[in-house]
Design a protein around this ligand. Sequence first.
Ligand code: BGC
Length: 245
Amino acid sequence: MIAIGVDIGGTGIKSALVDTASGELVSERLRTLTAGGSPGHIAAALAEQLTRLGSDGPIGIGFPGVVKDGVVFTSAHVDDEWQGMDFRAAMRDAAGRDVVVLNDADAAGLAECRFGAARDVPGVMLMLTLGTGIGSAMFVDGSLVPNLELGHIEVRGKEGEVRAAASVRERKKLSWEEWAERVNEYLDHVDRLVWPDLIVLGGGVTKNAERFLHLLEARPPIEIARLENRAGIVGAAMRAAEGRS
Ligand code: BGC
């Protein structure tokens, strides 16, 4: 089935058509800057991207916050106006068909479990996306435990993502070594809470994995996401094809 996958991030709104049987993108990947991420801006960007994609397939959207039954509860990297909004209902009205909305890291993890680094991995798998913030998604024998928010656990008196997200390395001009040290500390805190059997790291920074993977130290094995910056789009499309939010 061909479904539309959308990945709304703190920096970019990305979408593509996805063949949900193979996990491959079958269109170009569209991208618009999130630019503060007000509901009006994101709705306009989505409307434009959906028109360009020109498909009447099911629509799945990954959102960078807690989403339950289509309703947004948190929005750390987009406008506060999102909180309490029924995004699914608003998109259904705008698109004229059913829409599935889920957390962005949950979407990325679903794609990695089906097609990527965590394919057929038993036990507790933790996906962490290192981007503008830190997203987390936990799977137990391939089943998602939705809306796990490990980006906000406290490390040295600050939220983990405020110290160790990929955006922090760029903003603070940290060396790869300095940043890796922060990531290691963060991974250690996470490990002591969740004790995963495998950690899969995703987010745009993983395209530079050769710069930092050898610097990372954690008790569980660490793998780099295989779908790279496509994971969120593919996972959202998969959920849409299944008709589950
Ligand atoms: C949000 C998460 C999201 C992550 C990555 C965090 O600040 O709370 O829900 O998955 O950023 O976008």
